[in-house]
Ligand binder design. Structure first.
Ligand code: SF4
Ligand code: F3S
Length: 104
């Protein structure tokens, strides 16, 4: 599966949702997640994200994000249509420690 990590937080460009062939993105207040059981590993979303927040879970060190994606994909609503990015998305795209600061 692919996962969304903290680079999405407070940005939510949502380019990713438009290209997913199985519509497996779910939206929280500050970030999106991918449902790991629904993702078919096609990889088309990865280059679409301006924040580079989407990675294959085969990369090392992403266990935390796989857990976050699996947990919240079960409770957040599905999102399939692109919308405006969050305010100041470009400025916040490279901020560090966003999970600790903003995740809810
Ligand atoms: Fe959707 Fe493919 Fe991205 Fe998985 S890798 S979330 S199936 S676009
Ligand atoms: Fe987030 Fe990137 Fe999609 S910022 S909403 S994962 S395009």
């Amino acid at each position: 599966t692919y996962i969304v990590n903290d680079l999405c937080i407070k940005c939510k460009y949502t380019d990713c949702v438009e290209v997913c062939p199985v519509d497996c993105f779910y939206e929280g207040e500050n970030m999106l997640v991918i449902h790991p059981d629904e993702c078919i590993d096609c990889g088309v979303c990865e280059p679409e994200c301006p924040a580079e927040a989407i990675k294959p879970d085969t990369e090392s060190g992403l266990e935390k994000w796989l857990e976050v994606n699996a947990k919240y994909a079960e409770v957040w609503p599905n999102i399939t249509v692109k919308k405006d990015a969050m305010p100041n998305a470009d400025a916040l795209a490279t901020e560090e420690g966003k999970f600790e600061k903003y995740f809810s």
